[in-house]
Design a protein. Structure first.
Length: 107
């Protein structure tokens, strides 16, 4: 498996990209992340906006026109979708490898 230079994603970055599979603005992103993580991940506004800025610079997300001009709405880009999918596949592989190894060691 070839490793993309953007991998592994941080937990925050992973959740932001996952959330932005449906366009959203900052407050909605924070709510969705908390919901998806069953309350385990709660982002402060500064952390979220720093992550959004970095993801924009990396061309993994982009701003799109929203219904409320006071709020910036973001969406994942094809590059962001690709990186999210690669990290998902990387984690699945690690889980399969770990399961197999634990079974072998447990014998």
């Amino acid at each position: 498996m070839n490793r993309d230079a953007n991998l592994p994603l941080t937990e925050t970055t992973y959740y932001v990209l996952l959330t932005l599979l449906s366009p959203a603005h900052g407050y909605i992103i924070m709510q969705k992340i908390e919901e998806l993580s069953s309350g385990q991940v709660r982002l402060a506004a500064g952390t979220l906006y720093g992550a959004l800025e970095n993801l924009e610079k990396q061309k993994m997300i982009r701003q799109i026109p929203g219904q409320d001009a006071r709020r910036k709405t973001y969406a994942i880009t094809p590059k962001g979708h690709e990186v999210l999918t690669l990290d998902y596949e990387r984690m699945k592989y690690m889980i399969l490898l770990t399961d197999a190894y634990l079974q072998k060691v447990g014998e």
